[in-house]
Design a protein around this ligand. Structure first.
Ligand code: 13P
Length: 344
């Protein structure tokens, strides 16, 4: 595989392929395992992720890269093979989450707003992750919409941190996934779709300004934004067509064509809905960048439920994962339809 940043970025958004976000922190994966009454241990986390990465057909055909958590990039499969080698053998690029989480932003807004941490020592951590096989990375900034929020201080501080992270990643020859997430779920999620549009536009404009100031090479990044969608608690939910139209519009307004690809987070959308939105956007093309998925929950929900932590369900869990990966692969080409879900 080429080691050029631009080639890695393009490979991550290759036609019909997208990214598996399997970088849940130890506390987040515990929440996912709680739903199937499974204790989260080093072994259960390994068994679950090994099941996904050994889904060879899905990995080969639809998963360009996998975002890993620090524990996983160092972990070995049950038979002793490094998990990174298993995904590489399937042609999928290993990636790494490098932020250390969203923490309360000091000051009067700290009950609502967060700043993502993890810049200290990042140059050294990137050097180690590159040795461990990572060729791309992820940093997630979180922006909350609520009455009077976000503040400019929060948008600016998070965009600045994203740009500093992206510059350090590129220095280490690692493609940065730049992820500014305007939340659709959580305690403050009663905003409508137009408020999401307004805040996302503001956030993306600020992020690209900061990336420019930090001299980040836009041809060597992948943007991971939220879709333009009403908050989960909003009484006014928008149609799939409106979500697709407004998301494409805000991206055209704010994302330079030099960026090779945009890989969405799912953010709390149910799996088939996230697939439908992506497919509608791609069907509305032509677009200046590749549009694909970098889903966590929307790619894994069915697989976790089907597996349920039982060794005898591994093959069925892999089938559930392969189905979602295939549906999203089709959506990345604008070729998904509801009838294909039923045919499964
Ligand atoms: P979701 O698709 O579950 O939102 O996760 C994607 C991700 O990586 C969030 O940082």
């Amino acid at each position: 595989m080429s080691e050029k940043l631009e080639d890695i970025a393009r490979a991550l958004v290759a036609p019909g392929k997208g990214i598996l976000a399997a970088d849940e922190s130890t506390s987040t994966i515990k929440k996912r395992f709680d739903t199937i009454n499974l204790a989260s241990t080093e072994d259960s986390r390994r068994d679950y992720r090994e099941m996904l990465f050994r889904s060879t057909e899905a990995m080969k055909n639809h998963v360009s890269g996998v975002i890993l958590y620090d524990e996983t990039i160092r972990q070995k499969a049950k038979d002793g093979t490094p998990l990174v080698d298993i995904m590489k053998a399937a042609g999928s690029i290993p990636g790494i989450k490098v932020d250390t989480g969203a923490k309360p932003l000091a000051g009067p807004t700290s009950k609502v707003e967060t700043i993502t941490e993890g810049l200290d020592g990042l140059r050294e951590r990137f050097a180690e992750y590159h040795k461990l096989g990572a060729r791309f990375a992820k940093w997630r900034a979180v922006i909350t919409i609520a009455d009077g929020y976000p503040t400019w201080n929060c948008v600016k501080a998070n965009a600045h941190a994203l740009a500093r992270y992206a510059a350090l990643a590129q220095e280490a020859n690692i493609v940065p996934i730049v992820e500014p997430e305007v939340l659709m779920d959580g305690p403050h999620s009663s905003h409508d779709i137009d408020e999401c549009y307004r805040v996302t536009e503001w956030t993306l404009r600020t992020v690209f300004r900061e990336l420019y100031d930090a001299r980040v090479n836009l041809e060597g990044i992948v943007l991971k934004p939220n879709m333009i969608i009403a908050g989960q608690k909003s009484p006014k939910q928008a149609s799939a067509a409106e979500v697709a139209e407004k998301t494409v519009k805000v991206l055209k307004e704010t994302v330079p064509a030099a960026v090779p690809g945009i890989a969405f987070l799912s953010g709390g959308q149910s799996d088939a809905v996230a697939t439908e939105h992506l497919s509608l956007m791609n069907a509305s093309g032509p677009l200046p960048w590749a549009l694909t998925f970098s889903y966590g929950r929307a790619l894994q929900a069915a697989a976790i439920k089907t597996w349920a932590g039982k060794p005898e369900n591994v093959a069925a869990g892999q089938r559930a994962f392969a189905h979602r990966a295939k549906m999203n692969g089709l959506a990345a080409l604008g070729k998904w339809s509801q009838s294909l879900e039923k045919a499964a």
